[in-house]
Structures are given as C-alpha cells and as structure tokens.
Design a protein around this ligand. Structure first.
Ligand code: GAL
Length: 821
C-alpha cells in the first residue's frame, strides 16, 4: 500500500498527456518539390504577422483573415529586446505573449513559422538586440565571439524551451513546422571576414542541438551548413536555387510592399506585381511563399528602428495597419492561392518542362506519373502583350508582365494581371461628438538641465545609446564656459558635430534652436549664440529616433554627440574646443520621469487649463480627455498641426509622431504601373503631405467613458486640429472579367447603399473615375442593383447570360462597378 499526494497524480497525468501528445506529432520533412507534412506533399502559403505590432485583442481577427485569404501558415520573428529589456529579466506579457499568439494560430488550424533570429532586422529598434548586450565588455555582436554566442544561445534556448513546454513544435503536435536562426547574415557576412564564416557554422550547430524535431532554415545564406535549408528574401525569388538540390525552394520574405521612413512618401506594390512574383516563383519550382508582411501593424512605443522608421508599419500588406482587408491585394492573392492549390498534388509530385515560346513567353508544364498536367504561362515582357495558341489546349491572351495559371494545362483559372477582386477605398470619418478637444498643458521642466545640472559628469562627449541604455530617446549634454573677452565671444557661433538624430541647443537658459538631418546621417549644428562675461551654460538635448537595424556592424553606429566636436567660434575665427570640457549628463526628460503620460496624479506638476495653450513652443506636454468614437471600426488620431514628439492614450504609447515633416512634392503616381521589375521607389503616394498624419489607437486601449490623450511636443506644434476618427470602407469597386465572380462587401455592419457606376462591356478608367467604353449592356446597372442594394455583401458570376448579351463579348469583356457602403 502506498499513498500519493495530489501533486504526484498531477505529474503522472501530465506525463501521460505528454506521451499522448507525441501520438499526435506531425512529421515535417521535405524534398526538392514539397514540404512533406505527415506524409502529405504540400505547397505552403504563409504570412508574417509580428505579434508586438498589434494587440492581443486584434490577433484572432488578423489570424482569421489570413486564413480566409488562403494562407496555410503565420510567421513571426521573436523580439529579444522586448522580451529581455534588462539582462535576465524577462517579459512575455500582453502582446509579448508569443506563446498565446502561436496557440491562436494553432486553434485557427494554421501552421506557423518561428523566426527566432534573435537578430531580426525588421525595421525594429536596434534589429531586436537589447542594449545591455552592446555594453557587455569584450562583446562583438553577430560574429564568432564567445560572450555574444553565449548570450545568443541562452536566449535561443529559452525561447525553444518555452515553445517545447507549450507543445508548439509540429513534432509535439503543435503548429510550428519550420524555425529560423540568424537573419540574412549572408548579405553582410563579408564585413566579418573568417569569423563570420565560423559564426554561421556555430549558429547551425547550436540550432540543431536544440533538437526541435522540425527543419531549421537560414535566409539569404548561400553557405548555410546542412541540414539548414537556405532560403530567399526579396521582391522576386524565381531564379533562386537552394544550396542543396534536395532542399525545397522557399521564399521566406516576399516583400509585398515596403516600409516607410519619416519624411518619405508612402510606398505601394501593386496587386498585379505581387501576384506575378508569387505565381512566377511557383512556376519555377517554389514550395513555400511567405509574405513579408501579411499584417504590418504599428511600431508602438519606441520599437521603430531606423533611424527614422515611421510609427506606421503598414507595409501595403494584404491586411492594413488596422487589420482591415487591403483590397484588391488581399482578394487577388486569395484567388491566386486557390488557383495554385488546384495544382498542389501535381506540382509537388511530377516532372517539369519549360518551353520557350519566344518573345519572353514561357510555358511550364508539370506532369505527374499518372499523366495529370498543370501549367503556367508567363509573359515577362515589360510592355508587350502576347497571344498564344496552344493548339488543342486552347488560345490565351497573356498581358505583359503576367503569369496565367492553367488547370489541366487547358483551362485558365487565374492571370496575375487580371484583377477581379474588389478595390476598397478606405475613408476616415469624424464623429462630431469627439472632434473638439479641450487641452491642458505644462512645459517640460528644465530648471536643472538649463543650469547645467545633470546626474553625472565626464570629461568627454559620450555615445548616447551606451549611456541611456536606450531607456529614453533623450539625453542632455551640459557644460559651463567661462568668457572674459566679450569683444571676441559676444556673438560667437556654437558648432556641434553630432551622430544624430535631433539636436536642440540652449545657451544661458535661452533656446537657440534645433536641427536634424534629413539624410538620416550625422550632421553639424551651427548657430549664433549670445555669450556674456563670466560663466555661460550650454545645454544640448540630443534625441534619437529609432536605432539602426541593418548592415554589417550596424550595432556600432554611433548616436548623439559621441566624441564631438563641440566648438565655439568667435571673432576672426578664434576657436574654443569644448569637447574635453567637463560635461554633465542627464538621461531622459523630467516629464518621462514623472510619467506625465500615464493616468496617475503627477505630484508637483501643474497642468494649466487656460484656453490659450502655447503654440509652436518646443518641449510642451499637452493633455486632453475624449470620448471613444462610437462603433467597432478601427480608431485613429489625426495629429496634423503637431511638430514631432510622442503620443499616449490612457497611458499606452501609440508611438512617435512627426507630422511636420512633409514629403517631397514630386515622385508620386496616381496609377501604379505594375509592369516590369518593382523597386520600392516606383510606386509612391502621399506627396507633399505629412509623412504620417494618422496614428492607430487600438480599440483595446480605449474605455467606454473617459479617455486621455497625452502628447509630448518636442519641436513645437499646434494641437487645435487634433481629432479622433474611425477608418472604414468608403467607396468600393470591382473590375471583373467575364467568367469570373463579382464579390463586393462592406465592413463594420454597413450595407451597399448606392450604385455609382455599373457597366458590363469595355468600361475604362479605375476605381473613383470609371468611364463608359465603346459599348455596354443596357441593363448593366439594374442587374447590379438587384443583386447588391441594401446588402452587406453581394456577388454573382459575371457572364454574358447574366446581362442578357449575345454576340459581341471578347477576351476583355468585363464589368466595372463602383458602389458606396
Ligand atoms: C529584410 C529583413 C526583414 C526586413 C526587410 C525589409 O532584409 O530580413 O527583417 O527588414 O528586409 O522590410
């Protein structure tokens, strides 16, 4: 006889459950033509969704929309600096709970790709590295350095152990089918010489020793040691070949759009070219395509990298920053996924032959052992359309720069340039009750710093992030200068060489101005300064705007006044070098220390309530209460009129803002020409506007009753036009070729209220400016009205019969529709 405590029973139950779990293990293997998941030969569509770039409340909807868009998997990096901001002090709460995120992916029935890095790039602050790492004596990041490797291994192991504990690897029955170590090291490896080569071997060994039971990948790493699978990142990867003929060809980052920097226009990548890149990749033997990004989201807090990455990380991804469908991209890719999946069995298990049909037109035929066929027909001409006669397999019109997918090699099921899915023009709406805000304000307290009083001193100009450990964007550098000859110095020039990113100067407690470099590089600040006989105090406030995240040894790029020079230049160019003066330092703002952005009472701070709040005044804190906009649509705050700073709602950071930085007035195109190879420069919008005017306020940050917005305005602005708005579909359009489906849907419970345009024939123009062509079916409008008015969504097959047309129709017969929700 023996008695067992309840904890022993729990352990036995746990052990048997773990054993049970292994019965459900999913085996992931591969060959050159497929990922083989539990024996099934698969092609995988995946999309990047970075969990800290949205909120826990947004995750289920994003994941479901990714699934509805035809994805099989969700991919995310792991963000080291958010999880271990202080060495061995971890944070996995809230939207850092990546285990919860991957569990939701699993519950949705999707696979997952885990990109541990732990260097991630990702336009993320410092590429994901915690600052304490940089400050460890003797450390060299991303190379064969034992101190770095030890830290990297400890963090990687911690993540792997957490994933194992949650049974999230496919080998344990979980969703994770692939894992990545390092990130695009091959791109910058040369900069590290032989140490780089041995480092990458070590990375591989360290990863394999983690024993995760699913394959490891390395992206952009042509010399990836076996069994690492090397993969490709870029706008196109059709020509890529893995370094082992037995490895599957995987496109780990298909850049579906591009990121934005402050002062830059908004980049777009067309639905046509995005689909072209994917279809051409699968035409050329692709096995896995991962969109970077599927949902870009928001760089909350100080997570944006850079320097100068905007708070919005919208990326022109299939789901926009707020989680709405970005149409027509989302819908066009959904149809593409479905078309390629029709051929999955054949593509993963057959022989391939390519036939050059001349003039950059290629027919690729996949034939299975049983004789089933699946074809791609590509036209890589930039501008010349092609008409191809495949004899008994039919005749096809292939627009320039497009790929046609032929099921059975004789039925067109998709063409990348023929966009049939809905286009949505999103609009921002103001709710009258929330438009006018009443502001209270207080000036940033600078009594100490303007008198030169900091927290510690040094006889040199120190590097900013090393000193601040990046807990704040701000660092004060202060010094005193004794002057005894005003004939030389009364009208001197202050000259500061700084590594960036913004610099404000005060002399004898007077503000003398600020400067930043538009080129995102180091710069020289120069200004006339009034000096007096006796002691003069110079106080310089340096601000960073996101730390560098890319390049060989990017971690060593300096910030702040680092080493100087700081000089005074007097009459006849007499120069006084202040670089080795005694400098006093203070990290961060007093307002940050007092946490003026949160909802606690702020002892010793008076918020002024008079209606004449300061305008264009640097270093001002503003605060206003507001009501949450009604409904469920995503909320944004319009910060037009403000300069540069940081915003918080109910104590949650919604990121840095900089609407005063206006983008170039040229280089934008209304219609993005999708023809030819895409570069991030060739399709931009938002010329001559604030680079980012609207800032996402996730619904979960808001209360039903009172809410509080706090702004720290660094360079001076006017908050009078700040307003809260919601984002929703305004006008929606479809341009559907004969034979395809018309599908229209509004969002947020709205219904189709008005048909603005409907023409079945050869309509011209684009959404917002459709025009009649040379012919149309006379009942075009009434057919659409009957099917759609008063409904949240509608759809039907666009055929001649539906419009009662006989005769005329040809290859390019189509229906154009524009409606309002
Ligand atoms: C890649 C990198 C990603 C991201 C992307 C550009 O080089 O791996 O993390 O930075 O570029 O958005």
């Amino acid at each position: 006889m023996f008695a067992m405590g309840s904890s022993s029973w729990i352990r036995i139950l746990f052990l048997s459950l773990t054993t049970l779990c292994s019965c459900f293990a999913t085996e992931v293997t591969y060959d050159a033509n497929a990922l083989i998941i539990n024996g099934e030969r698969r092609l995988i569509f995946s999309g990047a969704v970075h969990y800290p770039r949205s909120t826990v409340e947004m995750w289920p909807d994003i994941i479901q929309k990714a699934k509805d868009g035809g994805l099989d998997a969700i991919e995310s990096y792991i963000f080291w600096n958010r999880h271990e901001p202080v060495r061995r002090e971890y944070n996995f709460s809230g939207n850092l709970d990546f285990i919860h995120f991957f569990k939701l992916v699993q519950e949705a029935g999707l696979y997952a790709l885990l990109r541990i890095g732990p260097y991630v790039c990702a336009e993320w602050n410092y590429g994901g590295f915690p600052l304490w790492l940089h400050n460890m004596p003797g450390i060299e990041l991303r190379t064969d350095n034992s101190i770095y490797k030890n830290e990297m291994q400890i963090f990687t192991t911690k993540i792997v152990d957490m994933v194992k504990e949650a049974n999230l690897f496919a080998s344990q029955g979980g969703p994770i089918i692939l894992a990545q170590i390092e990130n695009e090291y091959g791109n910058i490896m040369q900069g590290y010489g032989d140490a780089g080569k041995s480092y990458i071997k070590w990375c591989a060994q360290m990863a394999v020793a983690q024993n995760i039971g699913v394959p490891w990948i390395m992206c952009q790493q042509p010399d990836a040691p076996q069994p690492m699978i090397n993969t490709c990142n870029g706008f196109y990867c059709d020509n890529f070949q893995p370094n082992n003929p037995k490895s599957p060809k995987m496109f780990t980052e298909n850049w579906i759009g591009w990121f934005q920097t402050w002062g830059e226009r908004v980049p777009h990548r067309s639905a046509e070219d995005s689909a072209f890149s994917v279809a051409h990749f699968f035409q050329n033997g692709g096995v896995l395509n991962n969109y970077y990004m599927y949902h870009g989201g928001t760089n909350f807090g100080r997570t944006a990298g850079g320097p100068y990455i905007t708070t919005s990380y919208n990326y022109d991804a299939p789901l926009d920053e707020y989680g709405n469908l970005n149409q027509p991209k989302w819908g066009h890719l959904k149809q593409l996924h479905a078309a390629i999946k029709l051929g999955e069995k054949i593509l993963t298990n057959s022989t391939r032959s390519d036939k050059d049909l001349g003039n950059a037109v290629t027919l690729t035929t996949y034939t299975s052992v049983g004789g089933s066929r699946f074809c791609f027909l590509s036209n890589t001409n930039n501008n010349t359309n092609a008409n191809v006669d495949l004899q008994q397999d039919g005749k096809y019109f292939i627009p320039a720069w497009s790929v046609t997918i032929l099921a059975g090699c004789n039925k067109e099921v998709f063409n990348t340039a023929k966009v049939n899915s809905q286009t949505s023009i999103m609009v921002k709406k103001s709710d009258d009750a929330t438009t006018k805000l009443t502001w209270v304000w207080t000036l940033e307290r600078k009594k100490d710093t303007l008198h030169g009083n900091g927290d510690f001193n040094a006889n040199q100009l120190l590097e900013q992030k090393e000193l601040t450990l990046d807990v704040s964007d701000y660092l004060w550098y202060m010094t005193n200068v004794d002057i005894n000859d005003t004939s030389i110095w009364s009208n001197a020039t202050l000259r500061v060489d700084t590594m960036g990113h913004t610099l404000h100067a005060y002399v004898n407690r007077r503000y003398v101005g600020y400067k930043f470099s538009q080129e995102r590089s180091n710069f020289t600040y120069e200004n006339q300064v009034p000096l007096k006989n006796g002691t003069n105090t110079i106080a310089l406030l340096s601000a960073t705007v996101g730390l560098a995240n890319y390049g060989a040894r990017f971690d060593k790029i300096k910030t702040g006044i680092a080493g100087g020079l700081v000089q005074l230049i007097g009459k006849n160019n007499v120069t006084m070098d202040l670089s080795t003066n005694l400098w006093s330092y203070k990290i961060g703002l007093n307002g940050e220390r007092k946490r003026l952005y949160d909802l606690q009472p702020h002892i010793g701070v008076s918020w002024h309530a008079n209606s004449s709040y300061p305008i264009s005044r640097p270093m001002t804190w503003y605060k206003a209460d507001f009501e949450a906009p009604y409904g469920k649509n995503p909320v944004v705050v319009d910060l037009q009129g403000l300069g540069k700073g940081h915003a918080w709602v109910n104590g949650h950071s919604i990121g840095r803002y900089w609407p005063s930085w206006i983008t170039a007035t040229n280089g934008c195109n209304d219609t993005c020409d999708y023809h030819g190879k895409y570069t991030a420069e060739n399709c931009n919008t938002n010329c001559g506007n604030p680079s980012q005017r609207w800032y996402h306020v996730p619904r979960s940050f808001l209360n039903n009753d009172k809410n509080t917005l706090v702004l720290f305005e660094e360079i001076g602005g006017n908050p009078q036009n700040v307003s809260f708005q919601t984002v929703t579909t305004g006008t929606i359009c479809a341009h559907v070729y004969e034979g395809a489906l018309l599908e229209l849907s509004c969002q947020g419970g709205q219904v189709i209220s008005q048909i603005q345009f409907a023409s079945f024939g050869n309509p011209q123009g684009k959404c917002g400016s459709f025009k009649l062509g040379s012919w149309e079916a006379t009942n075009s409008r009434s057919v659409v009205e009957t099917a759609c008015i008063g409904k949240p969504s509608c759809g039907f097959a666009v055929t001649k019969e539906a419009f009662g047309v006989t005769g005329i129709a040809n290859d390019l017969t189509r229906l154009a529709v524009q409606v309002t929700c």
